[in-house]
Design a protein. Structure first.
Length: 243
């Protein structure tokens, strides 16, 4: 990844932070897009000898995103790697959902995917090389009550991944998705605590997944070794979904 520039959304903590650290360790210069300060993520990258910057932005605000994309390009150059990691996962029974709940889920999990990808795709096409990795979820294979809106948004991510992969392959760009199991992060800790006991027991590997369990797959998907892999959703979930 030496000489590559990567953008990771939602990397101030959790899975995104692990992704940013791994990409930097692989040699990429990493830009973290998050509405929270990414000082800890950047400090960890720099302490390990890597390079990175944090850019505060609200990805649901097109103007804020445009400004952030311009800042990244001015400071680092044209990104060739994009990891669409940002997402929310509130638990709420369908009959109690409001349309605002539904739209908020899609605004964060799907609309930002669209906006961020459109912001950086032209540069990848000009470079003739690009890697886009989106975050889906293994909940698409094992439905848990109270997540209809979340499941729907993550199925949309898969459709986006497959469709875009078809359109950009001729430009040397691959588009794939990763579907993890339940990972303990500041975001998931806001959900039902019993899930942390239940979900690992449904997996073939019966332990709670950690952010570090995902970074090897990401490293592969953004490498030249994965140049012939596109439009795929890879389950990295301890064997919970056995396809």
């Amino acid at each position: 990844m030496s000489g590559r520039i990567a953008v990771v959304t939602g990397a101030a903590n959790g899975i995104g932070r692990a992704y940013a650290r791994r990409l930097a360790a692989d040699g990429a210069t990493v830009a973290v897009l998050d509405r929270a300060a990414a000082d800890v993520t950047i400090a960890e990258i720099e302490d390990a000898g890597g390079k990175g910057i944090g850019v505060l932005t609200d990805l649901t605000d097109p103007d804020s995103l445009d400004a952030a994309a311009e800042e990244i390009t001015e400071r680092l150059g044209t990104p060739q790697i994009l990891v669409n990691n940002v997402g929310i996962y509130p638990n709420k029974p369908f009959e109690k959902l409001t349309f605002t709940d539904w739209r908020t889920m899609f605004e964060v999990n799907v609309d930002t995917l669209f906006r961020v990808t459109q912001a950086f795709l032209p540069g990848m096409k000009d470079s003739g090389w690009g890697r886009i990795v989106n975050m889906s979820s293994n909940s698409i294979g094992l439905v848990i009550p109270g997540f209809t809106h979340y499941l729907s948004s993550k199925m949309a991510v898969i459709g986006f991944t497959r469709g875009l992969a078809t359109e950009v392959a001729e430009h040397g760009i691959t588009v794939n998705a990763i579907a993890p199991s339940l990972v303990r992060t500041p975001g998931t800790e806001a959900g039902p605590a019993e899930f942390f006991d239940i979900v690992p027991q449904l997996q073939a590997i019966k332990r709670l997944q950690q952010p570090g369990d995902l970074v090897g797959t990401l490293s592969f998907l953004v490498s030249d070794d994965a140049a012939f892999t596109t439009g795929q959703t890879l389950y990295v979930d301890g064997g919970l979904v056995r396809t």
